[in-house]
Structure formats: C-alpha cells, structure tokens
Design a protein around this ligand. Sequence first.
Ligand code: ADP
Length: 536
Amino acid sequence: MKGLMQDFPLTIQHIMWRAEKLFREKEIVSKLPSGLHRYTYAEFAERARRLAAALIDSGVKPGDRVATFAWNHYRHHELYFAVPCIGAVLHTLNIRLFPEQLIYIANHAEDRFVFFDDSLVSVLDPISAEFTTVERFIKMGEGDSKTESVDYEEFIRSYDPIDQWPAVDENAAAGMCYTSGTTGNPKGVVYSHRSTVLHSFGVNTGNANGLKEDDVTLAIVPMFHAMAWGQPYSATMAGCTQVYPGPFLDPASLLDLMQSQRVTVSAGVPTIWIGVLDELSKNGYDLSSVRLLTAGGAAVPRSMIESFDSNGLSLVQGWGMTETSPVCALGHLKSSLQAEDDETKFRVKAKTGFLIPGVELRIVDDKGKELPWDGKSFGEIQVRGPWIASDYYNDPRSADSFMDGWLRTGDVATVDELGYLQIVDRTKDLVKSGGEWISSVELEKEIMGHPAVLEAAVIGIPHAKWTERPLACVVLREKMEASSDEIIAFLEDKVAKWWLPDDVVFIAEVPKTSVGKFDKKVLREKFDGHKLPTDV
Ligand code: ADP
C-alpha cells in the first residue's frame, strides 16, 4: 500500500517562501569595510528576486555553475538563494586556497559566472584570466579591480523582481563545494536541493542547533567553506536575525558583534574560539545573550570547553565534513548524564557528540568488519543519510570513498554505549608506533590543557625501532614559559606512557589550512629529517 501524502519537492524555494511570507520584518546584519549594513528579509527577498531575473536574462540556465569568491555578507546571502532558486548551481570558491587549486576548481566545475568581493582582488586578479570557462565577473563593492567586471548593483539595478520561481527538481544540484584536499587536487561535492533542505531540518532539531525565530545567529564559518555549516539556510528557514562578520574575523571584532547584536548562537572552528577565549581573558564583553556556541572541523580540547564554561558559556563540539553537508553529530549532554559530577560531564562533553536525526554511522576495522559500540574499539567511521555525498563530481578517485551506500570518512573513532562518538584521529594523522596507533588528536588536546600552551600539533616522525614516534610542536602563550621536560611531565598522568612525545619543539605558530585547521602536511615537511633524542 502506498502512502497517500503529497510529493512536495524539498527545494530551497521553500526556505525562500518562508522568509518572504513569515519573517519579512527580521533582519540581516553585515559588517563591511564601509560600516554596518542592515536590512530586512523583505528587502533581501526583493533583491534576490532581482538578482535571479538578472541571471536569467544574462543567459544562466538550470545546472549552470555560478561561482562566488567572497566573505560572509548580505550579497553573498542573496546569491545563496537566487542562484539555486532558478535551478543554477552555487559554487562557493574557497578564497584561501592556493592559486593553482583555485584555477583547477573553477575550470573543473566549469563555472560560467564569478561574483567576487572588491576586497579580494589581490587574490583574484592574478588568476582570473586562467578561469577558462568563465564568461562574466561581477564585482561586489566599490573598489577597483583589474579583472574586467560589472558592478553587482549595476547588474541587478534595472530588473524587476522575478515573479515566479521556475520549477526545480528536488534532486537537482543546488550547491557545490570542493574539499580542501590534503593530498592531490580538491574533490567536488555537489549538494542537492533536497539534501540542503533536509540538512537544514536536521541542523534545526533540538539536539543540534535547535534554531528558533528569536535566535540571532553569527555565521563565522566562511560561506566559502562547507556551505557555512548550513547556517544561511537553517537560520533563514527558522527566521532568525542573522549577523555576518564580512572580512572581520579577528577575536575583538567577533566579540564586538556578539555583544552589540545580542547574538545567541554561533559556530566556528576551534582556532577561532582559541582567539576569542584569549581576547575574553584580556577584555570584558557582555555575552549574556549567547545560548550556544558550537565548534567543529577539528578536535576541541576539553580545556577549551571548560574555559568557556567558566565564562558562563556553553561550547558544544560538533562533527562533520564537506561531504556530509556538513553537520552529522553534536556533543550535547544527554539528560541521563545531567546528574553526574563535573568531571564526568566534561569528559563526555569533550567527546565528539552523537548523531543528529537523519544520519547513520558504523565503525569498521581495516578489513571492513563492523565494530561494537563499546567506547573502546576503534575503526573508520562510515556514514549514510540524505545529506551525505554519494559520489564526487567527475572524479576517478570516487571509488575509494564510497562503498555499499556508505561514505568512508577517513576518520577513526570509537562509539560508546550511549552513542557518543569520539574521533581518535584521521587515518593519515595517526602515529603508527610499534604496530599500535597513537592518537595525535588526543595528545594535542592534553598538551593544550597546559596553562602555558596556546596551541599544539603532534606529528609522527620516522623512528628506526618503532616505525614512528610522536613529536609535539608547541606554541607558548605570550610571556609564558615551559620547557620540553615540563610539557612531557605534565602529560605523564594523562596518557599511556608509550604515548608520551619523544620530543617537544617550540614554534611561533601552528601552520593552518585554508579553513583554519592545523596543517600537519606543512609541519611534516618542516620537521622532515628531525632527529628524535630516542632514535639511534
Ligand atoms: P578538509 O578535509 O578539507 O579538512 P572538512 O572541512 O570537510 O575538510 O573537514 C572534515 C574533517 O574535519 C573530518 O573528516 C575530521 O577529520 C575533521 N573534524 C571535523 N570535526 C571534528 C571534530 N569534532 N573532532 C575531530 N576532527 C574533526
């Protein structure tokens, strides 16, 4: 027997419909070099409809890729909606990638239009001529560019708002984002309308971000990375007031915005939150409006969760990847744990979290055997669900990443009886010592708990006897001191003896990837040939 419900397409047009019908009075606030810009959802929708009319009139057809090269602000938000709502595909170019990678991506995706920020011309101008499929560049902002372009406001000015959105299939492509690609060229992930809408529902459930109409969101995660962790869509669906920081991602600017706009929910990578905590410890801010901060994209040290807690702020860890839209799990404390002591609660909160509705996972060993959820056995996480990628765009490497309807994540984890996931490491970052694995992530988290340590990254160094041994690369806080021996002694009661780093080196800064994660590839190159004191 068939269900007798409507086959209503899940498209971004529905999110737009809500914005226009239910939340016309709500505001979108953007911090720009020219000052604070604010307008209502009604104005946003009117401009997005004019942009849609301009795109169609300029020849953009369903399925065409329209790229953006921009910070987080209201015009980027207009593109997030206008492009997919006419059936075209929003391709967010990651402005922090190397020039060769950007050229590869724009050409691989066959972008036809590029919308770029005037503040990014120093990156774009030298390479724009090599975007071989691009027909038109549209500049956002009044600054000059060497790339021949039309001005965004000019582009939409003469158009009336499009009346009716064209019919769009829910399985049609809506957005595209390339993974940063730690090895080889980046790989293209293609989100559909359906996956985007379902992901927004998932993100808005109570054990995820639980966004409501009265929330004020601050989207720190760049709109050029993993669709800003879904915030532009989920916040618009919920009708939140939305705040965009533009290019101002320094801790003081972010805290100013949080304070002045009475932000309630925000998300960012741990690196951002490390800076924010540091600034908070130096200068006072009124963050009484904040109800939830989330951190993901890299392991969150327990000490960071505790520091936020001592500032009266709840920082919840999340897990996901570009291929998973990206949100899969969040580390809220279950009710069955609320009565536990602080030690237990922080131990659980330092785990990676449990799945949000819509996503399923399994952990498997290197022979593909499924492992129990006992909190001890660790293996690769594989995930499936309606917002998990089933393939990469035109990429022969797909075969390695997808099997039997599951995505192989390359992340190694345990899952406990309560369903809490604990990322142990990325397969390629594990330190392989004497046939056993040492979790670099675990060591980093513990080292970053030392009061003098600002950041720490651990890499495996080749070792004659043990294959590899851990080297800790440590950045000390300003005006603080700690010796290599002190750091190792600090770890002694926290990790197994054989996990202790064989050496600690002090560096000025941990190199970061385009999205602010520790770039261990650079560290491995830097310490290639490093002689460990324990090696013979
Ligand atoms: P990239 O592969 O370009 O870094 P993503 O931004 O998609 O792309 O990163 C996804 C990866 O980030 C995950 O596969 C995982 O290794 C890591 N990650 C995400 N969240 C966490 C977390 N809470 N703890 C540890 N690692 C995480």
